[in-house]
Design a protein around this ligand. Structure first.
Ligand SMILES: [Zn+2]
Length: 69
């Protein structure tokens, strides 16, 4: 069974107990950091090419590093 009684820890740093004001974080700092990370993940979208389901990858034994640009 899960033990109850102990205050949950900050979901970001996992070191300090969650503050009622900043839950589920321990402080405004952790909250802001989480938001920042979230925003970063949103903005930095990896430009991965969309491969179709029928796309077959041809692996060449001798891979030459092509110059980009
Ligand atoms: Zn924290």
């Amino acid at each position: 069974m899960d033990r109850m009684g102990e205050a949950p820890l900050c979901i970001l740093c996992r070191r300090h107990p969650v503050s009622e004001r900043w839950r589920p974080f321990c402080s405004e700092r952790c909250r802001n950091e989480d938001l920042a990370r979230w925003a970063e993940g949103r903005y930095s979208v990896p430009g991965e090419p969309v491969h179709g389901p029928d796309a077959e990858i041809d692996e060449h034994p001798d891979t030459e590093s092509t110059k980009d640009g």
